[in-house]
Structure formats: structure tokens, C-alpha cells
Design a protein around this ligand. Structure first.
Ligand code: AMP
Ligand code: ZN
Length: 114
């Protein structure tokens, strides 16, 4: 299940380079190219789903695996505190329409987000 025009499908297929930090059966995690925190990793399902809700409906096991992978990466990078974000829709800043969980850690953060 991939989309020929999708950047993150190409990263999963190793057709586009990325700094991969963690892999599981259903997920691949790589560093964000424009990091917003000392640790900024994107955890994506290997299969193409446009957003988090579509993934949860279509593959709930992979959906859970995104969160557990993010937690494992945070621990491996020494962070007890971290933020997980799914942007859903262009109106809130989603720019790549292949589900990705942002893992942000390593600096203090404010709430609410901008
Ligand atoms: P979003 O705005 O939630 O759709 O997040 C997309 C994220 O993908 C942004 O934080 C970008 O910096 C990141 N990004 C875009 N292209 C790449 C790439 N080639 N490798 C790694 N991260 C990327
Ligand atoms: Zn994709």
C-alpha cells in the first residue's frame, strides 16, 4: 500500500534518503529535515494512510505501534518528557499526507501550541 507520488512512501522504500533512527514491523522513524526541537523524529507507518484517523481505522495495530515506537525513541534519546503531535489537515499545518507522528523533545515547551 503505497502512493507513487508520496515523499514518505519513498523514504519507507529507501528511494529518498533519510536519517532513519528506528524501525519496526509496521513503522519507520527518521529525523525531521527541519527540526523544531533537539529531538524531532517522524514516526510513519510503512503503509500509506493520509492521516492518523485513517490509519487508526485501517490498521489499529500500526496506529498503536507508532506511539510505542515514539516512546522507545524518546527513552533511547534520554527524554522522560516529550510531545507527540499528529497534524490533520492543511488548516493546522499538515503538509505531507502520509500519516506521521511528530516526536518532539529536549527543550521546554509552551501550551497551547501555536
Ligand atoms: P506536517 O507539517 O505535520 O505535515 O509535517 C511534515 C514534516 O515533514 C515537517 O516537519 C517537515 O520538516 C518534514 N519533512 C519534509 N520533508 C522531509 C524529508 N525529506 N525528510 C524528513 N523530514 C521531512
Ligand atoms: Zn505515503
Amino acid at each position: 500500500m503505497s502512493d507513487a507520488d508520496c515523499l514518505f512512501c519513498k523514504i519507507v522504500a529507501e528511494e529518498v534518503p533519510a536519517e532513519v533512527v528506528h524501525v519496526t514491523e509496521r513503522t519507520v522513524a527518521f529525523r525531521d529535515i527541519n527540526p523544531q526541537a533537539p529531538t524531532h523524529v517522524l514516526v510513519v507507518p510503512r503503509d500509506h494512510y493520509p492521516n492518523a484517523a485513517a490509519l487508526a481505522a485501517g490498521d489499529p495495530v500500526a496506529s498503536a505501534e507508532l506511539v510505542s515506537a515514539a516512546a522507545a525513541i524518546a527513552t533511547a534519546e534520554g527524554h522522560e518528557d516529550y510531545r507527540l503531535v499528529f497534524n490533520t489537515g492543511a488548516g493546522v499545518g499538515q503538509t505531507v499526507f502520509h500519516t506521521h507522528l511528530h516526536l518532539l523533545a529536549g527543550r521546554s515547551m509552551t501550551w497551547p501550541p501555536g
